[in-house]
Write a protein that binds this ligand. Sequence first.
Ligand SMILES: C[S@@+](CC[C@H](N)C(=O)[O-])C[C@H]1O[C@@H](n2cnc3c(N)ncnc32)[C@H](O)[C@@H]1O
Length: 305
Amino acid sequence: MRPDWPELSDLILDTDPVTLERRPVSRATVHAVLEAHGMRAARRILDRIGGGDTLDPNEVDGVLVRAHAELQRLAFEFRNGERGLMLLRPLLDVLRRDRAGRPLRIVDIGCGMGFLLRWLAAHGRLGADVELVGCDFNPTLIAAAQALADEERLAVEFRVANAFTLERPADVYLSSGVLHHFRGEDLDRFFGMQAQTGARAMLHLDIKASWAAPLGAWIFHRARMREPLAQHDGVLSAIRAHPRDALLAAATGAGRPLVYALFDGRPSPLPILRTLNVVVGLHPSLVDPYVEGLGPLSARLEAFA
Ligand SMILES: C[S@@+](CC[C@H](N)C(=O)[O-])C[C@H]1O[C@@H](n2cnc3c(N)ncnc32)[C@H](O)[C@@H]1O
């Protein structure tokens, strides 16, 4: 596997980001991409998805729902909820100081089945003035996320929507496991679009690039995943994780006027203990009070640039 290989999950679903209409996916087109990269294991997974020349959308959804359900095991083991909360709580304290009575809106970009927001709603005690909105292009994943939230009576709204074109934008953008899906100009656009909406902060959790990440991902996915696409894309994700300099260059290059720093981004001698890092983006006026509010955790945050 190589960092320039695409993830299969990104090839088998095609949604128009403006109309949100699902476009048919040609098997031959996906096949050609896999052939061009020499992705033989992915080819076998593609062959198992039903449909003729066009991939059967119901089968694609079945694979994606199973893969995302398994992905929650990783989010649970890596304590994504706790990690998000420890960075979010001091941020909300700072944002509350000048919000002029309006609710604070937190939007999860590409929420999938919504683990992070459901965890925050269940355990975060964020306050009645906080709105949680999860956005994803995939209606099947959003329906699953909303059903799970409703079952636990959690105050979260999940929407089939482009997170960057909501009628009321976010105060804080979040994501988990999404950054590595955006490459090159798309990564620049990812940061640029959020900054353009006027958001004052963002927290993006993703796999930390290290020598140990692919090995750790392989062991975890063999042990805990059963869906072939989840196993394949899970290991590939660790290989595709953006190195710290690439992340910061994209954020600082395209995402002004916000400033950025990585949390847990420093190389570690035992990277197995630091599996995720978080891109923290803030309006410059929030930096000093936020760093102060983080207390001892601020030692794990690099300088903002
Ligand atoms: C890797 S998956 C989501 C993983 C999920 N955050 C989790 O932790 O389980 C990435 C998702 O991002 C969604 N996505 C990409 N760009 C988006 C956008 N602008 N607005 C909403 N969803 C988007 C895709 O539909 C896809 O389902």
